[in-house]
Design a protein around this ligand. Structure first.
Ligand SMILES: *[C@@H]1O[C@H](CO)[C@@H](O)[C@H](O)[C@H]1NC(C)=O
Ligand SMILES: *[C@@H]1O[C@H](CO)[C@@H](O)[C@H](O)[C@H]1NC(C)=O
Ligand SMILES: *[C@@H]1O[C@H](CO)[C@@H](O)[C@H](O)[C@H]1NC(C)=O
Ligand SMILES: [Cu+2]
Length: 248
């Protein structure tokens, strides 16, 4: 009995500490230019924390959840890191990171970079897959082909910390001097999880959106951030949901 409890505790502890690091932006050793995640196709079980390290310099990238069939648009209810700007120089005092915890390893999780400047990162190949099937129709290679064939402009609306099959409990951090975290207007509300669209206002440096509440899915790219317009109470409500989610 005690032995079983001990084993269970050990299993929980090891699950809680499983970690995978993904480099966002140029990775000197992996080739392929600056529009990439490394690794970009990997497995991760429930509880695994994926630490996205925004070390590519210069860089201005996101980690945004999409779907297999629509690889370069945000998935309603999906996770989104927001844009993280890293200057070419000087080197930052710390590397901004984003921790995404896998909550459902039974389905593939597809993500991409929604940055459209100076060109569309997604159709340049800045995509990634977690738990993609190795064979069949929905492989990573097929997802990559979908992304490269993508026509149109990636929607610039903002997802949340809580995604589908994976969630973060905190925004990107730290954001040292020289780096910036940008967020945009939330995606149209499509589920109750969408209230998680807010991000910490303190790290937002982009000019405020002129129309926060009414950015339709098909609108022109949102440039700035509406996060500062979010009320404290909605941010607190969101944090409570996020914390509850992680504890659940
Ligand atoms: C991971 O969690 C999801 C959601 O609760 C569940 O459906 C799935 O079976 C879990 N995976 C494993 C290997 O237990
Ligand atoms: C991400 O997780 C690591 C390891 O637990 C932790 O040291 C770091 O502070 C976390 N970063 C953020 C931004 O949550
Ligand atoms: C980073 O990207 C965002 C979104 O495209 C943009 O609003 C911001 O101006 C960019 N920051 C820099 C310093 O280029
Ligand atoms: Cu990018």
């Amino acid at each position: 009995m005690l032995f079983t409890i001990g084993l269970t505790a050990l299993a929980l502890a090891s699950a809680a500490f499983a970690q995978t690091v993904v480099v966002v932006g140029s990775a000197p050793t992996s080739g392929g230019g600056i529009f990439q995640y490394a690794p970009n196709n990997f497995k991760a079980t429930n509880g695994t924390v994926i630490t996205f390290r925004f070390s590519g310099a210069p860089g201005n990238h996101t980690v945004t959840q999409s779907t297999f069939s629509d690889p370069c648009n945000p998935r309603p209810g999906g996770f989104d890191s927001g844009w993280v700007f890293i200057p070419a120089s000087p080197p930052l005092s710390a590397t901004p990171e984003w921790n995404l915890t896998i909550t459902d390893d039974s389905k593939p999780i597809w993500f991409y970079c929604k940055q459209i400047l100076p060109s569309f990162h997604c159709s340049s190949g800045m995509i990634g897959a977690i738990n993609a099937p190795a064979t069949g129709d929905n492989t990573f290679a097929a997802f990559q082909a979908n992304a490269k064939a993508f026509k149109g402009t990636p929607n610039q609306g903002e997802g949340g910390l809580v995604g589908i099959g994976a969630s973060a409990s905190a925004p990107v951090g730290p954001v040292p001097s020289g780096a910036h975290l940008y967020t945009a207007a939330p995606l149209p509300i499509s589920s109750t999880l969408s209230i998680s669209s807010g991000k910490a206002a303190s790290t937002v440096t982009a000019p405020p959106m002129t129309s926060l509440a009414s950015t339709p899915a098909t609108s022109a790219p949102a440039k700035g951030s509406g996060a500062s317009a979010l009320s404290t109470s909605s941010l607190v409500a969101f944090m409570a949901v996020a914390v509850g989610f992680v504890l659940a």
